[in-house]
Design a protein around this ligand. Structure first.
Ligand code: NAP
Length: 494
């Protein structure tokens, strides 16, 4: 480890949180063959840790452990499970600086944003600690007088949770919170880029009294781990956040054992700025929706549609705001734009920008790699983008704001819906009737009206079309981990 990496790690208040082994059945374990993968800081290239490169055998062990723990954990009272989750929440909050530091080190987002992710991620554990006590069934009026009909809600069983690198904590707690709350046990597979936050959070779960085996963490060879989860008849549910391509593979792979599946996949969010928008609100909202996490979120504004009457004014104001975004290592005070996750991500951004400019878009700001080197890319604004360009068709997943001019409301809705994705959409307008009309017409799971940051643990998060299946967070999120059981009690008057 370089001296810079050592100095960064030395900032951890609780050095015990830096775990570099997998967690199976409550034990910290290496891979059977001793192979490891490096975890690197994308801002510096420094190796922060080596973690086990696990595969089928280790995942099978984790499944057995989760399966064996399911009976005892699901038989605990809701109140007992709730107390464990509440304690986990308290521990996450009391270790928020350390968790945020790990997120910045392995993922690159600025420390302040990482602290925001810890609060957001912790909120799912708090919310589902409360929901654990509210998993009510139903009594159905019977069809004959000697019968009574009930609906029980029971945990689905062992859950395989596969998560991406862009929110190393929150994408895990959004799944594990509801799963543990209703009595499921879990095998988490974090991204190979960001396992350290997952391992630290799992350590805090053990400290909170969540029993060994209820929460397991394996990482390494993603297809092998995925296959092991898919093939097992003991795993009853797959919950996945990540790319649409991998999500489709997991959905197909779940068919053989008919697992319950939840998918949070890629987006292609339109952000529509109408002539009647409040300019300051539209700029602030578009900036947040586009440049958070350097453009690497599934709900990031991917296409900014701007009505002709406000186009120049909006482009100028957005450019001024984006010019002020400080790019750099997320540990440096004042930095708001970190690096992209890896070289492939920068190459994708370059390809999309080149494609757009070759088809007639103009670079208003940025448009190239940042002079800092590594995987830093200049915050970029492209003008006169149209729907045929790659940057409009697919997620750019980087700090590039493409501006697409439009004339009418009908045209904006048509452009916005012209995609297979359907996760988040944003609109900026002062008109209340238009807010309703457009919100209803957008084929998306989430709509922000005059607001660029809309995710919260209390609201359902999820996509329409090929952006996914199911919802996370809120009272609806727990249903994804429950089976309905209908019980008919007959012959009561016999
Ligand atoms: P990804 O490549 O699909 O990876 C996501 C996870 O799947 C990682 O843990 C990855 O492991 C694993 N994986 C890859 N191939 C697999 C396989 N064959 N079997 C089982 N697991 C496999 O996505 P990403 O690049 O990490 O994340 C970016 C994508 O996630 C974007 O499309 C973004 O929109 C989407 N996303 C969606 C949401 C949402 O809520 N809808 C939220 C965040 C992100 P390794 O990393 O170890 O290879």
């Amino acid at each position: 480890m370089s001296t810079d990496a050592q100095a960064a790690i030395a900032r951890l208040r609780d050095s015990g949180l830096l775990k570099s082994k997998g967690l199976v059945g409550g034990k910290w374990v290496d891979s059977y063959d001793g192979k490891t993968v490096q975890v690197q800081n994308p801002a510096t290239g420094d190796v922060i840790a080596n973690v086990p490169c696990m595969g089928k055998r280790e995942t099978d062990d984790a499944i057995s452990s989760a399966y064996n723990t399911f009976y005892s954990w699901s038989k605990r009272t809701a109140s007992e499970r709730s107390k464990c989750l509440r304690k986990w929440y308290d521990l996450i909050v009391s270790h928020k600086e350390d968790l945020a530091l790990l997120i910045t080190l392995e993922q690159g987002k600025p420390l302040k944003e990482a602290l925001g992710e810890v609060s957001y991620g912790a909120a799912f554990i708090e919310f589902f600690a409360e929901e654990a006590k509210r998993i009510y069934g139903d009594i159905i009026p019977p069809t004959s007088s000697d019968r009574r009909l009930f609906v029980l809600k029971q945990p689905v069983g062992v859950v395989g949770a596969i998560t991406p690198w862009n929110f190393p904590l929150a994408m895990i707690t959004r799944k594990v919170g509801p799963a543990l709350a209703c009595g499921c046990t879990v095998i988490v597979k974090p991204s190979e880029y960001t396992p350290l936050t997952a391992l630290a959070a799992a350590d805090l779960a053990l400290q909170a009294g969540i029993p060994p085996g209820a929460l397991n963490v394996v990482m390494g060879n993603a297809p092998d781990i995925g296959d092991s989860l898919l093939q097992s008849t003991q795993v009853r549910k797959i919950t996945f956040t990540g790319s649409t391509a991998v999500g489709k593979k997991l959905m197909a792979g779940s068919a053989n054992t008919v697992k319950k599946v939840s998918l949070e996949l890629g987006g292609n969010a339109p952000c529509i700025v109408f002539d009647d928008a409040d300019l300051d609100v539209a700029v602030k909202g578009s900036l947040a929706a586009k440049f958070r996490n350097s453009g690497q979120t599934c709900v990031c504004a991917n296409r900014i549609l701007v009505q002709e009457g406000i186009y120049d004014e909006f482009a100028n104001a957005l450019t001024k705001a984006v010019q002020n975004l400080q790019v750099g290592n997320g540990l440096v005070e004042g930095v708001v734009q970190g690096p992209l996750i890896n070289e492939a991500a920068v190459e994708k951004v370059e390809k999309f920008v080149n494609d757009a400019t070759s088809k007639g878009a103009n670079v208003i700001l940025g448009g190239k790699r940042h002079s800092l080197g590594m995987t830093f890319y200049e915050p970029t604004i492209l003008g006169n983008v149209n729907s045929e360009m790659l940057v409009s068709r697919e997620e750019v997943f980087g700090p590039v704001a493409p501006l697409l001019p439009f004339k009418t409301e009908e045209e904006a809705i048509k452009i916005a819906n012209d995609t297979n994705a359907g996760l988040a959409a944003y609109i900026f307008t002062k008109s209340i009737p238009r807010s309703w009309r457009v919100s209803e017409a957008l084929e998306y799971g989430l709509v922000g009206v005059n607001e660029g940051l809309i995710s919260t643990e209390v609201a359902p998060f999820g996509g329409a079309k090929q952006s996914g299946l199911g919802r996370e967070g809120s009272k609806y999120g727990i249903d994804e981990y429950l089976e309905l059981k209908y019980v008919c009690m007959g012959n009561l008057e016999a």
